[in-house]
Design a protein around this ligand. Structure first.
Ligand code: NAD
Ligand code: K
Ligand code: MN
Length: 363
């Protein structure tokens, strides 16, 4: 039997709806495994409510409570009554940076039954993995404000990149590209305008590419890349970009694949010194929270990534199959996909499919 300890952090808004749904799916998977797979869950009620009670988004020793977990399933940080920079830096970024989860991996493809906005794009022509540098760059936290509130006020957010930080994300991206059938990497840049850090980024891309002679790669400016994603989706496969650039590109990618509610991501420590954290890419979705309208598919796909990270390829495949079975059925689409299904109905259908596979195997 394989047993894993999993931390769940629903956080705020619809995180409180989709993370319990993700846990239900993992429990259904364990039940269907006939004892081969076991998950010990511990739930952490951190986020906006915790902030109101304690003045911080998570306890000061919170990372210690997570350190020995095998993986973390995270919902969203963001509360309508607390500034976004407090919720983000106080919880999600604290975990990403505390555990040096420097590779943020975002697979995107059009799932069966989903109608993406790209009318000229057959489903198989959009199959990307975006690798986002997740530890420095524009979100390094370097900067400040002087003369606050005065007419001469100035403020900076410095995009700080280190050679070591860029080398490790480039190496990760080339490796990932090599593991995919097309062995194709696009390095996104903005070295025409950002003439220091991005020029180093380009130089390091060239340097690391020499370690991967079997990977074909090209460079694209980030603005041009948005157009290429829309006009020539099949020309892209694996994409590596800075923290900010990839943040933006991956929301575009999610929308092109049908909905923000479907897209998953992993915040990964490739060296496995710390637990990695998996989450849907969407936020707290204040406009739909508490209504049962949240699409849980992004969380389920995140569970698939979590299982793959744990080396449970067969279990991951089983969950992905159940997800694709559900997306293929329009009566199980939530409102963001033009349907009327609730979070609970989609969750139940995925759990039933997982349980049914076992029944069919046993029969
Ligand atoms: P959002 O992702 O919360 O919502 C954007 C739009 O997409 C909304 O219309 C929402 O209803 C819809 N949507 C998102 N997820 C959906 C789902 N699963 N099913 C159906 N519809 C879905 O982004 P936002 O509105 O920019 O941000 C809201 C809050 O979330 C902010 O506080 C922000 O800082 C935070 N946020 C957190 C994270 C994170 O924790 N990783 C990521 C993004 C935003
Ligand atoms: K999220
Ligand atoms: Mn984002």
């Amino acid at each position: 039997m394989s047993s894993y300890s999993i931390a769940t952090i629903p956080g705020d808004g619809i995180g409180k709806e989709v993370i319990p749904a993700g846990r239900e799916v993992m429990e259904a998977l364990a039940a269907a495994s006939g004892g081969a797979l076991h998950f010990a869950f511990e739930d952490f009620g951190w986020g906006g409510d915790w902030y109101r009670a304690h003045g911080e988004m998570m306890p000061a020793d919170g990372l210690d409570a997570l350190r020995n977990k095998d993986a973390i399933l995270f919902g969203s940080a963001g509360d309508p009554h607390i500034p976004d920079h407090i919720t983000l830096w106080g919880l999600r970024l604290k975990i990403c940076q505390g555990f040096d989860q420097y590779a943020n991996v975002r697979p995107t493809r059009i799932l069966p039954g989903i109608d993406g906005p790209l009318k000229r794009c057959a489903p198989g022509q959009l199959d990307w993995v975006i690798v986002r540098e997740n530890s420095e760059g524009e979100y390094a936290g370097v900067g400040g404000r002087v003369h606050q509130g005065h007419p001469i006020e100035a403020a900076t957010d410095v995009s700080m990149m280190t050679r070591a930080g860029v080398e490790r994300i480039m190496r990760f991206a080339f490796k990932l590209a090599r593991s995919r059938p097309r062995k194709l990497l696009t390095v996104v840049t903005k070295s025409n305008a950002q003439r220091h850090a991005m020029v180093m980024w380009d130089e390091i891309a060239l340097q690391i590419s020499k370690e991967f002679p079997d990977v074909a790669w090209d460079k694209e400016l980030v603005d041009a890349c948005t157009a290429r994603m829309v006009n020539r989706p099949a020309s892209l496969d694996t994409i590596v970009a800075t923290n900010l650039h990839a943040d933006i590109l991956s929301d575009l990618a999610a929308a092109l694949a049908g909905s923000l509610g479907i897209a998953p991501t992993g915040n990964i420590d490739p060296e496995r010194r710390y637990p990695s954290m998996f989450e849907p890419i969407h936020g707290s979705a204040f406009d739909i929270m508490g209504k049962g309208l949240a699409n849980p598919v992004g969380t389920f796909w995140s569970v698939v990534m979590l299982l793959e990270h744990l080396g449970e390829a067969e279990a991951a495949r089983r969950v992905m199959e159940a997800v694709e079975h559900v997306t293929a059925n329009a009566s199980l689409h939530t409102r963001d996909l033009g349907g009327t299904a609730t979070t609970e109905q989609v969750t139940r259908a995925v759990c039933e499919h997982i349980a049914g596979v076992r029944q069919r195997l046993a029969a």
